[in-house]
Design a protein around this ligand. Structure first.
Ligand code: T68
Length: 843
């Protein structure tokens, strides 16, 4: 109620002692100096950029804590329904700049830092990315946190506090990807988190589960580890609401085994403590390759341990918070919504069942009702190899009680109701079962996630349709359409426009005559830019900003790699995880084709060609041989092409190592075109496509994922589409399999490129044979089928670019029509249609 009795001491003294957020330059500088002197124990004499960053970050941290504290207290008092976003990955990137912008304090801090003799840009560069994710899925979670806080929604994230984030990528001179650990916490304290050593839970593994006559079970023995909370503050944009991302760290329950220690067996003494700490030590670097295929048996067990450790700690925390409200468990779904980000947290379903049945003594059927009204599941892929399955023997060993519950769900829910609806349909039952027969049997996590929840959604229209017609078809026939829906992904315009492209943001505010605090939270207002596409003066400003962003990128490449970039060229960018389905291979083969074409031209013909710089960046999963070979081909093709005096003014290629959120922030605003060229039907949504278009870059893409909705929004004449459509893909694959036609016949232009590579144009051709053979033989991703139309699309791009004014108009219209892709729209869809939660404003 906010009118409670003052809890302790003299209220006046407390009030006098409490401070408020630093809002003016002098309180900012005071606070920074204070942190230099006391927190860092340094002075003006021995303060470097890193120290200055740390002090400024600690000062912002103080501001965040005040808002965070107030928000958490407000939520607790109001006890609204809350949503919890369970994601094994949060790819947050840097926090400092984002926090300043969201707090509206960037100018004050810039001025303060300058007064203290430092340069803001230098300080921003000191921060290490928090890279606790692989790619789109993890970055989506980060955007959703930003939007939840900005829309004042009571949403918490739950994840793991990995000691090591996604590996650091080095590229050897031969073009090999080398992986190095990313000890992102090694630089000392992380100012953006609050260690909550007082918030911890015990999590059990292994042991035995004995069923009791009353329906409960007794799970005991095995190993117990501690989950300790670290809270990361998530400030909303121009609001006090500051939400929480709770990350769990694993710790041994007891320090070490004193008996072994005393007996002189030191190794054994620390063994269990090491094994507990290992659980949250490293992020798994595989995206889209399920744990089974590429990880050792022990690695698999550790990954499953991560998943359980995190869901168990999160649920214990959620249940404890619910119990504090003092309501009966039948009302649990009125206070709690749990969103599963992919199948990684699916164990939340049997874990919540276990808590309700074994600990809260709720009957099975009631418990199932509660679970299926609380949990929601988002699917991010229909690629068969990416669907999670866990071997039954491993599950039985590690989580014996959960395995019982999964069998029970099969027995009490799946089997009787499928049998009732489709009597005698054994095949269907086998297809839908939570357990896949085989050696060993495996638990199908997508089936468990699908049966144990209230709503299932895909992440773009096409993808959501594919979910319903392919991997979960039987479930749609069984449960009806209404449970399955779509929420097209979104991106936060705070980071992906205001922060990464401040000049464009300022131009938009000036033109719309609206403060950014308004349009950044109502992105459809960008439509107001449309008439200005016809304004020559505005176009000039628009183009000048793009040009300066290109120079900023060129400067970055120069200072980090020592390479000079031609900023008068068209910037063509493909940045994303390396994967066959994303077809970086198609891009580099296209580049080589362009190179060969240029080589054959006369000097006069070359004069008419518009120069192009092609940028690649992205990491390959360490065990993904073909993806690594693609990087090697890109790097070696770049080496040869960039050195050729005949063409280097017209075509250069760069592979920028160690792709990260921060690198994306420099690349995206500079692009003229970006490539999103997955085989139709394979990219669930894509989100970088949205980021490029929001920044006025045009899109070259296949008719796939969110590309389709972007084209609908910005107009097909502003997008360069090519390639076969999804319905054709299956037939084409069939033909390649059973009626193969040699590449020479099917696509001579491509055959020529492949021959040049085999012939050693880019170093030992033999090295690339395994990669080239994926195209010559099976061509599962249909490069042969799409190559000609891809080259055609790039020619259209060249043509269109010749008309500079028209190009700029396209760029303006693209940005103006991107409002739909704000993650605010997406998170509000989740909040309204799924979670039934409402904003709770902190005043
Ligand atoms: C991506 N998925 C989709 N997965 O590929 C992309 N997977 O189309 C979509 O836009 C994005 O999710 C957001 O919805 C991923 O990024 C992973 O990173 C991943 C990680 C571990 C295991 C499986």
């Amino acid at each position: 109620t906010g009118k409670e009795k003052w809890p302790r001491g003299d209220e006046k003294v407390w009030k006098e002692g409490s401070r408020s957020v630093n809002t003016d330059v002098s309180s900012v500088t005071k606070s920074i100096v204070n942190h230099v002197q006391t927190s860092l124990a340094r002075q003006a004499y021995n303060l470097d950029n890193l120290g200055a960053y740390q002090a400024a970050a600690l000062s912002v941290r103080d501001d965040l804590i005040l808002n965070w504290n107030e928000t958490q207290m407000h939520y607790t008092r109001k006890a609204p329904k809350r949503a919890y976003y369970l994601s094994l990955e949060f790819l947050m990137g840097r926090t400092f700049d984002n926090a300043l912008l969201n707090l509206g304090l960037k100018d004050q801090y810039r001025e303060g830092v300058t007064k203290l003799g430092f340069n803001m840009e230098d300080l921003l560069e000191q921060e290490r990315d928090a890279a606790l994710g692989n790619g789109g899925l993890g970055r989506l979670a980060a955007c959703y946190l930003d939007s939840s806080a900005s829309q004042e929604l009571p949403v918490w994230g739950y994840g793991l506090r990995y000691q090591y984030g996604i590996f650091q990528q080095l590229i050897s001179p031969e073009g090999q990807q080398l992986e190095q650990p990313d000890p992102w916490l090694a630089g000392g304290e992380n100012p953006w988190e609050l260690p909550r050593l007082d918030v911890s839970y015990e999590v059990r593994f292994y042991g035995t589960a004995e069923r009791l006559p009353d329906g409960r079970a007794l799970w005991q023995g095995g190993q117990e580890v501690l989950a300790v909370a670290y809270d990361v503050m998530v400030p909303g944009c121009y609001t006090k609401n500051t939400n929480n991302l709770r990350l769990w760290e694993s710790k041994p329950k007891r320090g070490f085994d004193l008996n072994s220690f005393n007996a002189g067996d030191y190794e054994h003494a620390v063994e269990s403590s090491n094994s507990a700490a290992a659980i949250t030590s490293v992020l798994y670097p595989n995206d889209h390759t399920c744990a089974q295929s590429s990880i050792s048996t022990l690695g698999k067990e550790l990954r499953l341990k991560q998943q359980y450790f995190w869901t168990a700690a999160s649920l214990a925390d959620i249940v404890r918070r619910f119990k504090n409200i003092g309501k009966p468990f039948s009302e649990f779904p009125d206070y709690v919504a749990i969103q599963l980000n992919d199948t990684h947290p699916t164990l939340a379903i049997p874990e919540l069942m276990r808590i309700l049945i074994d600990e809260e003594e709720i009957p099975w059927g009631k418990a199932w009702d509660i679970v299926t009204n609380t949990v929601f599941y988002t699917n991010h892929t229909v690629l068969p190899e990416a669907l999670e399955k866990w071997p039954v023997p491993l599950m039985e060993h590690l989580l014996p009680r959960h395995m019982q519950i999964i069998y029970d769900i099969n027995l009490y829910v799946v089997e009787p109701s499928v049998e009732k609806k489709f009597p005698g349909d054994r095949d269907r039952l086998a297809r839908m079962s939570l357990i896949e027969e085989g050696f060993p049997k495996q638990v199908r996590m997508a089936h468990l996630a699908c049966i144990g929840n209230r709503k299932v959604n895909g992440v773009a229209e096409l993808h959501s349709d594919l979910v319903k017609t392919t991997i979960l078809k039987d479930f749609v026939e069984f449960e009806g359409q209404s449970k399955f829906s779509n929420v097209t992904n979104g991106i936060t315009p705070r980071r992906w426009l205001d922060q990464c492209n401040p000049e464009l943001s300022a131009l938009i505010s000036k033109t719309l005559k609206v403060d950014k605090s308004v349009w950044l939270k109502d992105l459809d207002m960008l439509k107001g830019l449309l008439p200005y596409a016809e304004d020559a003066e505005f176009r000039k400003e628009w183009a000048a900003i793009k040009q300066r962003n290109k120079e900023r990128l060129a400067h970055h490449v120069e200072t980090t790699l020592g390479l000079t970039v031609n900023t008068n060229a068209m910037f063509d960018v493909q940045i994303k995880r390396l994967h066959e389905y994303k077809r970086q291979t198609l891009n580099i083969l296209g580049v080589i084709h362009r190179y060969l074409t240029l080589k054959q031209m006369s000097a006069a013909e070359r004069k008419k060609v518009n120069p192009r710089v092609v940028f690649f960046a992205g990491k390959a999963a360490p065990g993904y041989y073909i993806a690594k070979l693609t990087i090697r081909l890109i790097v070696n093709a770049a080496r040869i092409i960039n050195a050729d005096p005949d063409t280097r003014n017209l075509l250069t290629v760069y592979f920028l190592p160690d792709y990260s959120v921060s690198l994306a922030e420099v690349l995206i605003p500079s692009s003229d075109i970006s490539q999103h060229i997955s085989t139709a039907g394979t990219e669930a949504s894509g989100t970088s496509n949205m980021k490029f278009c929001l920044n006025g870059g045009l899109l070259v893409g296949t008719v796939d994922g969110a590309n389709i909705e972007i084209a609908e929004a910005v107009g097909e004449n502003n997008v360069f589409f090519f390639g076969h459509l999804t319905p054709a893909v299956e037939d084409l694959r069939y033909q390649h399999m059973y009626h193969p036609v040699p590449v020479e016949e099917k696509c001579p232009a491509l055959a020529k490129v492949l021959d040049k590579i085999s012939g050693g144009m880019f170093g030992d051709g033999g090295v690339y044979e395994p990669l080239l053979n994926t195209i010559r033989q099976n061509d599962y991703y249909l490069i042969t089928e799409d190559f000609d139309s891809y080259i055609g699309a790039l020619e259209m791009v060249d043509q269109a670019y010749l008309d500079k004014e028209e190009w700029i108009k396209k760029s303006i219209r693209t940005t103006a029509n991107m409002g739909k892709f704000s993650s605010d729209r997406a998170i509000l869809e989740y909040a309204e249609s799924f979670w039934s939660i409402e904003p709770v404003k902190v005043t």
